[in-house]
Design a protein around this ligand. Structure first.
Ligand code: FRU
Length: 467
């Protein structure tokens, strides 16, 4: 291991080199999960945005492919989504080879500098070779700016309308609200409604939305709207909130005015879900950018910056009469597991890439600590209804004044078990398999070597995670 590879995750996706932010354009086709991402190959800070590309057969082992989409005269390629246009409604493929259509935001840097406000618009590109190469549509932009400065991050989904007809729906972030557009061919878009100007968290600009259809535990079909916000997150900086309600007549109506966060840690942003998953699976799969705009560009990695979270399966749960979104680790992560090692009060960690499984003792409070030989440590606790990750003394933190901190999340119901995923520079804590999640990056000077289970834990075991 070379010095430049310190903090390189073992099973979280990172680009070999360069800067990465949001996951983009995720779709599944013919046995491959595609992941694109905001990418600047020439530096480890944000710059002219491309779509980088990786594929995986199992959501866990990723292969980086050549850059998929390059910036052009219309601008940088900002975040967006991709759909499999099975019936070739766009006419960009053929009946035999339907296209994958990527829908993204063009960000015109020159326009921004000149003081214009119409420098963000939506464009499309298509691929007829399983996402390997992309051709931009000649008629771009397909959705010009409508007078709102922040007008970006299109997430396209297929909708079956009330009358049974199929439409493409675009969910778009427009500064302090979400706008919806509809299309028959992915090329002509019509505004259908908007949501959110006077509801939800508004400490920052709205970005990277997603609209999901999920079944509630009582069988009701609900719509969930994910909205990332920067800044204004519960742990400072960026975070993702969500709304639960209905989507009808081209707009979203929430069931209540409650503010809900997808992940209560500081480092899960701009996450969205995969399109075109095999129907028999009926899963909703999500991945997020495991960082925070507060300090993303100054974290102490050398040749690359940022990793993605582990893939997560989203579902609705009901807690004390309130619907919430659960994020469970994707089942494929179990394929990384070595032998299960049962342990007692303290234990040496077999490696820096481990999953820890804990059954709690029913008292609803717990405390555990991971540490290294330098006395750096991170503790995970539940006390008085608050789940916390304390990374104040977790090593390298001088790069940003807000990094060393304790982050807490309210959990009014009982914690029964924990799954904790550690990798070279992160911890992901899933309470009750994801009823509450906290994701946090960590930069210990030397890997975690020891786990100490202080209280509240009945059974503990480890899995060494190996590719
Ligand atoms: C979110 C975001 C998006 C934008 C992209 C630019 O992190 O700001 O709104 O499309 O990053 O890289």
């Amino acid at each position: 291991e070379t010095v430049t590879e310190q903090y390189r995750p073992e099973y979280h996706f990172t680009p070999q080199k360069g800067w990465m932010n949001d996951p983009n354009g995720m779709f599944y086709l013919d046995g491959e999960y595609h992941l694109f991402y905001q990418y600047y190959p020439d530096s480890t800070v944000w710059g002219p945005m491309h779509w980088g590309h990786a594929v995986s057969k199992d959501l866990v082992r990723w292969e980086e492919l050549p850059i998929a989409i390059y910036p052009d005269s219309l601008g940088y390629i900002f975040s967006g989504s991709a759909v499999y246009d099975r019936e070739n409604t766009s006419g960009l493929g053929t009946e035999e080879t339907p296209p994958i259509v990527a829908v993204f935001t063009y960000h015109d840097m020159a326009g921004e500098k000149s003081g214009a406000t119409d420098f963000q618009s939506q464009g499309i590109a298509f691929s007829v070779d399983k996402g390997r190469t992309w051709t931009k549509y000649e008629g771009n932009p397909v959705l010009p700016n409508q007078g709102i400065r922040d007008f970006r991050d299109p997430k396209v989904t297929e909708l079956i309308k009330e009358d049974g007809t199929k439409r493409w729906n675009m969910t778009l972030a427009a500064q302090d609200r979400i706008q919806f557009f509809e299309s028959e061919d992915l090329k002509t878009w019509k505004f259908t409604g908007e949501f959110g100007q006077s509801i939800g968290a508004h400490g920052g600009v709205w970005e990277c939305p997603d609209l999901l259809s999920l079944t509630a535990p009582n069988g009701d079909q609900k719509w969930v709207l994910l909205v990332s916000i920067n800044p204004g997150g519960p742990q400072k900086g960026s975070a993702t909130q969500y709304f639960i309600g209905n989507f009808e007549n081209g707009t979203f109506t929430p069931d209540d005015t409650m503010i809900r966060w997808l992940d209560y840690g500081p480092d899960n942003y701009a996450g969205v879900t995969w399109s075109n998953l095999p129907e028999e699976e009926s899963r909703t799969l999500f991945i997020g950018w495991m960082s925070n705009w507060l300090y993303a560009q100054v974290v102490p990695t050398t040749s690359w910056r940022s990793a993605m979270t582990v893939a997560r399966e989203l579902s609705l749960i009901e807690i004390n009469g309130v619907l919430l979104l659960k994020s469970a680790p994707a089942k494929e992560l179990e394929s990384l597991r070595g032998e299960e090692i049962t342990i007692d009060k303290t234990s040496n960690l077999p490696s820096q890439a481990v999953e820890i499984k804990l059954e709690l003792d029913g008292s609803d409070n717990f405390a555990l600590v991971f540490s290294n030989e330098l006395n750096e440590k991170v503790s995970i606790t539940k006390e008085m209804g608050l789940v916390s990750i304390d990374r104040t003394y977790a090593g390298n933190e001088a790069f940003h004044p807000d990094f060393a901190a304790m982050h807490s999340a309210p959990m009014s119901w009982k914690a029964e078990d924990l799954r904790i995923f550690l990798d070279a520079c992160s911890i992901e804590v899933f309470v009750n398999n994801g009823e509450l999640v906290m994701t946090s990056t960590l930069f210990p000077s030397s890997p975690w070597k020891k786990a100490a289970f202080i209280s509240g834990i009945e059974n503990a075991s480890f899995f060494d995670l190996k590719k």
